[in-house]
Ligand binder design. Structure first.
Ligand code: DC
Length: 226
């Protein structure tokens, strides 16, 4: 069977990965894996079951039996629609904590790999190109300064009518970066063969164009709908 083409997009929180991954998947007509959502769900499910996030064995057990359903753009945990709840800053920080537990990462590994289906997969995360899909045809590491990422996040949250402050967001982003980059298993680092894009002074269209160019170069037979 021919290998399923995979585009891995890794990078820190707020680098624009999610938006870029969605736009590129749309242009290519490929499936998408939002791996961060899985870690967010593990954190949320643990807290909802009264499990302390420091109890690694119990959190890993939750990860192995996560009652998750993705249905018409929504995410359900059991019967509860948690689509909005997994998107909060608190859920992101809790995801970063459970993501540092090796047994949790092991529990999610094969599940993430099962998303690779024809005609192709855009995989968004922190270790897509290094651990989950080391064979990916194209690897992108999307970065931006912590201040710029916090500013983008601030704007998004303000637009949703939420009460946030910029210095607090910068501090949170820096703490999350530190945890994600320094953990022992699958830390956030660019794969050796990744194309590193610093999007600090780029807009989304420019980043999407660069990523599509990289896909065309690596996979000349893939139509990019443009
Ligand atoms: O991409 P995100 O903000 O939804 O991810 C939330 C957290 O999950 C992030 O801080 C670290 C963790 N994560 C991870 O460790 N590995 C991934 N492949 C995706 C996310």
């Amino acid at each position: 069977m021919p290998e399923i083409p995979i585009l891995a997009i890794d990078g820190p929180s707020g680098s624009g990965k999610g938006t870029v991954a969605a736009r590129v998947a749309d242009a290519l007509g490929w499936h998408i894996l939002d791996s961060g959502a899985l870690y967010r769900l593990v954190g949320l499910a643990a807290l909802k079951s009264g499990v302390n996030l420091n109890d690694h064995a119990a959190v890993a057990e939750i990860a192995r039996h996560l009652p998750v359903r993705f249905e018409s753009g929504k995410v359900f945990l059991g019967d509860e629609d948690v689509s909005l709840e997994i998107r909060t800053e608190t859920a992101g920080n809790n995801a970063s904590k459970v993501a540092a537990i090796p047994e949790v990462r092991a529990a999610l590994l094969e599940w993430q790999r099962s998303y690779a289906r024809p005609p192709g997969l855009v995989a968004d995360g922190r270790d897509m190109g290094t651990v989950v899909f080391p064979q990916a045809a194209v690897k992108i590491f999307l970065d931006a300064s912590a201040e710029e990422r916090a500013r983008r996040r601030y704007k998004q949250l303000k637009d949703k009518g939420m009460d946030v402050n910029l210095p607090g967001l910068i501090a949170e982003i820096e703490e999350r970066d530190r945890r994600d980059r320094n953990r022992k298993v699958a830390p956030l680092v660019p794969a050796d063969d990744a194309l590193v894009i610093d999007s600090t002074s780029m807009n989304i269209d420019e980043v999407v164009d660069l990523v599509l160019q990289a896909v065309r170069k690596a996979l000349p037979d893939v139509g990019t709908g443009e």
